[in-house]
Ligand binder design. Structure first.
Ligand SMILES: NC(=O)C1=CN([C@@H]2O[C@H](COP(=O)(O)OP(=O)(O)OC[C@H]3O[C@@H](n4cnc5c(N)ncnc54)[C@H](O)[C@@H]3O)[C@@H](O)[C@H]2O)C=CC1
Ligand SMILES: NCC(=O)COP(=O)(O)O
Length: 336
């Protein structure tokens, strides 16, 4: 299996974690080709060999043992660790586009993304809040995507992602919760091989609204969504009081938590799973994962970056691609 790994923001820690991840994985079955600027990579990581390969990726597997295979995307401006440049935004975007094309065409089996700076890309006129929505659009699957954070003891699916909190609350509807519930349930079966997934949905207000005395969103939106999902055969509990649904005991009661806004899910997730956490985009025709952290400009170029989350993202991409393939083969066999 061959993965494609994007360049991310060249001023961040992506070259360093890529080199460290390669050193850990080069003797394993998890192989990747970097879609980025080979001169940039060599200047950031002079001790790690890199070799330009054909876009067919035919020789990438063989190369991977001895060097990082690279599909070139040239930077317009020399990258400086810790100082992002808007001038390099087009190459950052091109790296993502190329990785998606290689995966949709079947040359690679999944896209793994290195972190980008949303600020820098927005300054350059990028129209998307992040990889999740951009990749979904490149796949022709706009608004089909759901962001799921995945770790050893917690999976979290988000009802909304990079929007102001007021907008996230205004956007809560029965339809949106039903959509995210369905997508999450399906991803747990198809991508994670859980035959009978159990979902738990958070409440919005303190104590999940305390029977309507502390807010009515639970009664008017969350409970009707649960009723609809249960009628479809989806095992979902809630609304859970968000302050206690992430304790070790609570986490054993479900396979994924459906959270009603970004920080409701990501604060517990990063606190519990940070190093081993992986960001997975579900609901798309391709597999996409990413480390759960950002560009870490404050430590870029200092040799301090931890590659664990990227290694987990690469391994998770391989696992999901294999599980999804097996699931679809079984479905096909059953229908014949
Ligand atoms: N998937 C993606 O592309 C993501 C991109 N971002 C972007 O990253 C930029 C910076 O965001 P922040 O909120 O500062 O989050 P951040 O994750 O970049 O940094 C938060 C803190 O964690 C540390 N850190 C992060 N990754 C680390 C690693 N691998 N090893 C050691 N320390 C690490 C940083 O040094 C910093 O102290 C923003 O522009 C944001 O948009 C943030 C999250 C995900
Ligand atoms: N907070 C998660 C994050 O920023 C990742 O966003 P994306 O670039 O994966 O869409």
């Amino acid at each position: 299996m061959m993965l494609v790994l994007t360049m991310g923001d060249p001023a961040g820690i992506s070259a360093e974690i890529t080199a460290k991840a390669w050193a850990k994985l080069r003797e394993t079955e998890v192989a990747f080709a970097l879609v980025g600027d080979p001169l940039w990579f060599s200047s950031m990581c002079p001790d790690t060999p890199i070799v330009v390969v054909e876009e067919s990726l035919g020789d990438a597997r063989r190369v991977f043992k001895n060097a990082v295979p690279c599909i070139p995307v040239v930077l317009k401006h020399p990258a400086q660790a810790g100082i992002p440049s808007v001038k390099n935004a087009p190459s950052v975007v091109e790296s993502i586009e190329k990785a998606v094309v290689l995966t949709l065409s079947g040359k690679a089996q999944a896209v793994v993304t290195n972190p980008i700076s949303k600020t820098t890309l927005c300054q350059a006129g990028f129209m998307y809040p992040g990889h999740t929505e951009f990749i979904s659009s490149l796949c022709g699957a706009e608004r089909e995507e759901v962001m799921m954070m995945v770790g050893p003891t917690l999976k979290v699916a988000l009802t909304s992602v990079h929007v102001p909190l007021r907008q996230a609350i205004d956007g809560l509807t029965i339809e949106r919760l039903v959509f995210v519930g369905r997508k999450t349930w399906r991803a747990l079966k198809e991508d994670f091989g859980i035959p009978h997934p159990r979902l738990a949905i958070a409440g919005l207000n303190p104590h999940a609204g305390e029977s309507g005395y502390m807010g009515r969103e639970e009664i008017e939106i969350v409970v009707p969504a649960i009723t609809t999902l249960r009628a479809e055969g989806i095992d979902i509990s809630g609304p859970w009081a968000a302050d206690s649904m992430f304790t070790p005991f609570s986490r054993k009661q479900y396979d994924a938590a459906v959270c009603l806004y970004h920080d409701q899910g990501l604060i517990p997730f990063k606190t519990v799973e940070m190093d081993l956490g992986v960001n997975v985009t579900t609901g798309l025709p391709l597999v996409r994962t990413s480390p759960d952290h950002g560009t870490a400009f404050n430590i870029a170029g200092h040799g301090l970056a931890d590659e664990t989350s990227l290694v987990e993202a690469l391994k998770t991409a391989v696992e999901i691609a294999a599980t999804r393939k097996k699931y679809h083969e079984a479905m096909l066999a059953n229908s014949q």
